[in-house]
Design a protein around this ligand. Structure first.
Ligand code: THU
Length: 139
């Protein structure tokens, strides 16, 4: 019989985000970000920020992770960890990413983020993006 996998801790997920940030393409800002998502089947999906010389085309780590997972058939995520390698303190997801995350996460899904220091922020998408129309309609 297959042993049930132990659920990944937020710190373990954060470590995956940190590893993903090493692939960031951020020559313009010098600000490397990684994100790691857990899907409802337990699979983990990562992304990094990818910048462009036409600055507005930059894609954040969080949206990159979501799009990679959705492109492989996952549509519901229970947690995301976000790691920045170039800030000591935690940096939360931008407004555009909060909107995209809310499309594929329930209000109570965990958002966990940190920088190179010891400080971590643990919150939920419902707290970061309150009164979202999709979440409100689901109530
Ligand atoms: N960035 C992310 O990837 N995620 C965030 O949560 C904050 C910002 C990226 C966008 C850009 O490449 C760089 O960080 C500086 O803003």
């Amino acid at each position: 019989m297959r042993r049930k996998e132990k659920a990944m801790s937020t710190e373990e997920l954060f470590e995956k985000a940190r590893e993903a940030a090493l692939f960031a393409y951020a020559p313009y800002s010098g600000f490397r970000v990684g994100a790691a998502l857990i899907a409802d089947d337990g699979s983990v999906w990562t992304g990094c920020n990818v910048e462009n010389r036409s600055f507005g085309l930059t894609v954040c780590a969080e949206r990159n992770a979501v799009f990679q997972a959705v492109a492989k058939g996952r549509r519901l995520f229970t947690a995301i960890a976000i790691a920045t390698l170039d800030s000591e303190s935690p940096v939360g997801p931008c407004g555009a990413c909060r909107q995209v995350l809310s499309e594929f996460m329930g209000v109570d899904a965990v958002v966990f983020f940190g920088g190179t220091g010891a400080e971590r922020v643990t919150t939920t998408i419902g707290q970061l993006y309150p009164f979202d129309s999709l979440h409100e309609l689901a109530r």
